[in-house]
Design a protein around this ligand. Structure first.
Ligand SMILES: Nc1ncnc2c1ncn2[C@@H]1O[C@H](COP(=O)(O)OP(=O)(O)OP(=O)(O)O)[C@@H](O)[C@H]1O
Ligand SMILES: [Mg+2]
Length: 330
């Protein structure tokens, strides 16, 4: 839980992707829109939201894969956004990623042992004569026999390969692991094993995890806190229990009601087409929101804390209904 000073603080991250070049101005897409997120030491933070909401972009921006158009990422006293590639190299070791598709994240011509050795050598994790033993320890740590070191990626199952991907991430002793849909391609039974492995590593090493997922059930099982993204913005964030038991944002409530993000759009969609008076500055959920008021089509709501550590960006959060009911009953 986030009780002490956060390990990493992202403030107002904005990222525009250029999707078309034009003589009179390029066409841009705002993949991140003033995103602020804090990660505590040892904390597991879930990022949930439907496809295209900017989850992967946020993860990659935190890792330095993308340089944001605006905002800051404070880590160990430095703003990572302003550091040069070489200056940020030391910090980059502290942030590792585990991807959705383990097969495509390994070089098919390298054995598992060679792939793990690359990371160990890159950051001088151990002496050259200790690398072999260290690889054995890492494989054992993630529940695999050291013999897997001689195999090639295509000889492993998806679950085994994801274990190796986790071994590679922890091999450099990171402070934060970003796991992007790390279990969504796995069978349900294997999924539970990998989630338990991540939880174990988090508990034993204190490594923080940013867990990106479509699956609210998985997020609920694994995460201490949840941030809900919608069209490049975090619309709600708070402790997992609070977000699940009393969501403040109408979008979060719709997600929880639908439970499955893929079917969410049909259950949540408003039949009438609502056109905000000022689309550029309106709340970006306004067209789908059944609770919208006049202000929602004019101004963009800013994050505000309605409960301890629980923030929402909404002019008409659901908490106000609960409060209204309580007032009515009094
Ligand atoms: N490299 C890129 N160039 C241009 N646009 C991009 C790029 N990467 C992502 N986008 C766009 O940015 C937005 C956010 O994409 P992102 O991949 O972060 O979403 P996501 O929440 O991870 O989706 P999914 O759940 O499908 O993985 C989308 O509109 C996407 O089309
Ligand atoms: Mg993604």
């Amino acid at each position: 839980m986030l009780n002490e000073k956060p390990l990493l603080i992202a403030r107002d991250l904005t990222l525009d992707f250029r999707i078309e070049r034009h003589l009179f101005g390029d066409r841009l897409i705002r993949a991140l829109d003033n995103v602020s997120l804090e990660i505590g030491s040892g904390e597991i933070v879930g990022i949930v939201g439907e496809s295209g909401s900017g989850k992967t972009t946020l993860g990659k921006t935190l890792l330095g894969v993308y340089r944001p158009t605006g905002g800051s990422i404070h880590y160990c006293g430095s703003n990572l956004v302003q550091l040069s590639k070489s200056a940020s190299r030391g910090f980059r070791r502290d942030l590792q990623m585990v991807f959705q598709d383990p097969l495509s994240s390994f070089n098919p011509r390298f054995t598992i042992g060679s792939s793990l050795a690359v990371a160990l050598r890159l950051y001088d994790i151990c002496k050259p004569n200790e690398i072999h033993a260290e690889i054995g320890r890492l494989l054992y740590r993630v529940g695999l026999s050291p013999d897997f070191s001689n195999r090639f990626p295509h000889e492993l199952s998806g679950g085994q390969l994801q274990r190796v991907a986790i071994a590679r991430a922890i091999s450099v002793k990171p402070k934060i692991i970003v796991a992007d849909e790390a279990v969504s391609k796995l069978d349900v039974s294997v999924r539970a094993q990998i989630l338990n492995l991540l939880k174990l590593i988090n508990r034993e090493t204190g490594t923080s995890i940013i867990f990106i997922t479509h699956d609210l059930g998985v997020a609920r099982f694994l995460c201490d806190r949840i941030a809900v993204m919608y069209f490049g913005r975090i619309v709600e964030k708070g402790p997992t229990g609070q977000v699940f038991s009393s969501p403040f944002h109408p979008y979060t409530a719709a997600l929880l009601a639908a439970r499955n993000l893929h079917s969410e759009s049909s259950s949540d969609a408003d039949e009438t087409v609502f056109v905000p008076s000022n689309p550029a500055s309106a709340c970006n959920y306004v067209a789908r929101c059944l609770r919208r008021t006049k202000i929602c089509g004019i101004e963009r709501p800013q994050p505000s804390a309605l409960d301890i550590k629980h923030e929402v960006s909404c002019f008409v959060p659901l908490a106000s209904i609960q409060e209204d009911n309580q007032n009515f009953q009094r």
